[in-house]
Write a protein that binds this ligand. Structure first.
Ligand code: FAD
Ligand code: DLZ
Ligand code: SF4
Length: 517
């Protein structure tokens, strides 16, 4: 009798519809799930992220067994555990006398390289299948990108709308427009009632994992005290439904707003569940569309939400595979300052940054505009090294996998890819943060003051950034106006900005090595 086919399922492939299982029968297949040291420490992930993934893996193994599959589950503390995917798949091929290995492609370049090696190193046939949980197959993305001078998300997004039929009226967008972003820009309004997001009490399996993480990864960044993420499909679906009913209607309006202490606002907080496979992104979009069709959510909110998923998320994934491996080393603006320590400790007088780091430490989550316009904007303006910044984002967020983290950091935030992804850097002074948040009123710095030790540091850093990158960025059409303003300033004014920024940058204490790797 030939042995079974071995199907390794990775920690972010927790979907019953995963392509590696699509043509398999339960009586001829062994599913392999592996908790391995290399994945838990290739960066020193936030404790919450490790707990989420290991607990979700254990629950998924149970879900598969209930559905009749044979699951071979290797735990982190198994004494025979080799500590990496290759070692564990190799051992399992031997253990089960498998006649072949069938696996869905991984989300990270690093793992893809290892898997390619399996084809030559293992004594059995290895099939690597496309990940069909994405709307746009990579081959289609490469075709879309080929020959285009500019790869803009907006054009790609329209293709995805046509392909899925989401929010379409025949071949026209519903409401006569593709994009309702102009309606989605409110700052925080006093007294807005923000619905709480569902919190899930850890069950026995999760409690065991929390103990394991405390014991083994206690020195990693982050707190486990408020761990409440969904780790099962059923709980992820409860989270999804709560978002669709309670928060989607105001998602668009407050998408760019920031309120101190309100860590989720009207955001979905579903990215961890989507990225590890507990929720299907296209199904989520169809449900969001139904909310609009049934009159329960306005078009601008639903369009904005769907754009994030079939637009940004898919586009980011395509760009990752298109630009790797070079993207990991890109440094188009020659930014070389080390990551300041406050990214890990939150110990800074800048209230916006301190609040974003606090939320990140507590939940392994910060919402998009905090990641982009506070934490990311600071990294851009201060000229932080892209690789330091990318490591930080990969460590601290529960939804962080390199395919989605790196293009957002190197492309969207730091312009390290020289504008392949975004048409201009998202640089902003304190005025933007003041308009979109309630941070500045109680900050130790004065947002309206431009220079000097009491001035909001973002103000002088903004001009410092533009001045030091003038030869690289002055030609950008969308930066013409700020550069014209800079040139109109008196010599003294310009010198005052640059001195003020330099004095602030000199106060930054670099992080000790060892936080991320
Ligand atoms: P919502 O604001 O409610 O958005 C809905 C969904 O849209 C998200 O769940 C997500 O699936 C998708 N989405 C929105 N924006 C993006 C985007 N720019 N790229 C990809 N998907 C998007 N997202 C990750 O999933 N993992 C990451 O590691 C990650 N790193 C980021 C790093 C930086 C510097 C920036 C600026 C953004 C990053 N994002 C990342 C994108 C985005 O910030 C998160 O997806 C979002 O904050 C998740 O929270 P939410 O589910 O409440 O999202
Ligand atoms: C992130 C992560 C962690 C912390 N641990 C594991 C693990 O022990 N086993 C596993 O299969 N996957 C884990 N993951 C997710 C992987 O890092 C992820 O599947 C790869 O990076 C490919 O995207
Ligand atoms: Fe942040 Fe500046 Fe506002 Fe302080 S004043 S919260 S540093 S933007």
């Amino acid at each position: 009798m030939p042995g079974p086919v071995l199907v390794p399922i990775l920690g972010d492939q927790l979907s019953p519809e995963i392509s590696s299982l699509a043509d398999r029968k339960t009586d001829d297949t062994v599913i392999l799930m592996m908790e391995v040291a290399e994945e838990t420490t290739y960066v020193r992930h936030h404790k919450v992220k490790i707990a989420l993934i290991l607990s979700a893996m254990r629950h998924f193994a149970e879900e598969l067994r209930q559905a009749g599959w044979t699951v071979d589950y290797v735990r982190l503390d198994d004494p025979e555990n080799t500590g990496n995917f290759t070692g564990e798949v190799s051992r399992a091929v031997e253990r089960h006398k498998a006649r072949g290995v069938q696996v869905t492609e991984p989300g990270e370049w690093r793992v893809r390289q290892a898997m390619e090696q399996w084809r030559t190193d293992f004594p059995v046939r290895v099939r690597i299948l496309p990940d069909t949980r994405f709307v746009c197959p990579l081959t289609d993305f490469y075709e879309w990108a080929a020959g285009r001078r500019e790869l803009r998300m907006e054009w790609f997004y329209r293709e995805m709308r046509r392909k899925t039929g989401l929010l379409m009226d025949g071949d026209k967008p519903v409401g006569g427009r593709w994009n309702f972003d102009a309606e989605n820009r409110s700052g925080p309004e006093k007294g807005i009632a923000v619905p709480a997001i569902p919190a899930f009490e850890p069950d026995d399996a999760t409690r065991q994992v929390l103990e394991l993480v405390k014991a083994r990864f206690g020195m990693h960044f982050g707190s486990l005290d408020t761990f409440a993420w969904p780790v099962t499909r059923a709980d992820a679906e409860k989270s999804r439904d709560a978002f669709l009913h309670d928060r989607l209607p105001l998602f668009g309006k407050y998408q760019d707003a920031m309120v101190a202490g309100q860590d989720f606002l009207f955001h979905a907080a579903l990215s961890p569940a989507i990225n590890i496979g507990l929720l299907d992104p296209l199904d989520l979009c169809r449900r969001a569309e139904a909310e609009w069709r049934e009159g329960r959510a306005p078009l601008e909110a639903v369009e904005g939400f769907i754009r994030q998923i079939i637009g940004w998320r898919e586009y980011i994934r395509g760009m990752y595979w298109l630009e790797m491996p070079g993207l990991a080393d890109a440094n188009g603006l020659d930014a070389n300052r080390s990551l300041p320590e406050f990214y890990w400790t939150g110990d800074t007088k800048m209230r916006c940054l301190a609040d974003c780091v606090r939320a990140t430490r507590e939940h392994a989550y910060a919402h998009h505009i905090q990641r982009l316009m506070v934490l990311g904007n600071f990294a851009l303006l201060a000229g932080l090294k892209p690789q330091d910044v990318a490591d930080w984002y990969l460590v601290v967020y529960a939804d962080a996998f390199e395919w989605v983290e790196l293009p957002n950091v190197a492309g969207m935030v730091l312009h390290a890819d020289k504008g392949r992804l975004a048409s201009k850097p998202y640089a902003a002074s304190g005025a933007y943060i003041d308009r979109m948040s309630d941070y500045c009123a109680k900050c130790a710095y004065k947002v309206k003051q431009k220079t000097g030790p009491d001035a909001c540091p973002f103000n002088a850093l903004y001009w410092h950034f533009l001045a030091r990158n003038e030869n690289k960025l002055a030609g950008y059409h969308r930066l013409a106006q700020p550069y014209a303003t800079w040139r109109r300033m008196s010599e003294e004014k310009r010198a005052e900005y640059l001195e003020s920024a330099d004095a602030f940058l000199d106060t930054l204490k670099p992080a000790e090595p060892g936080w991320a790797r």
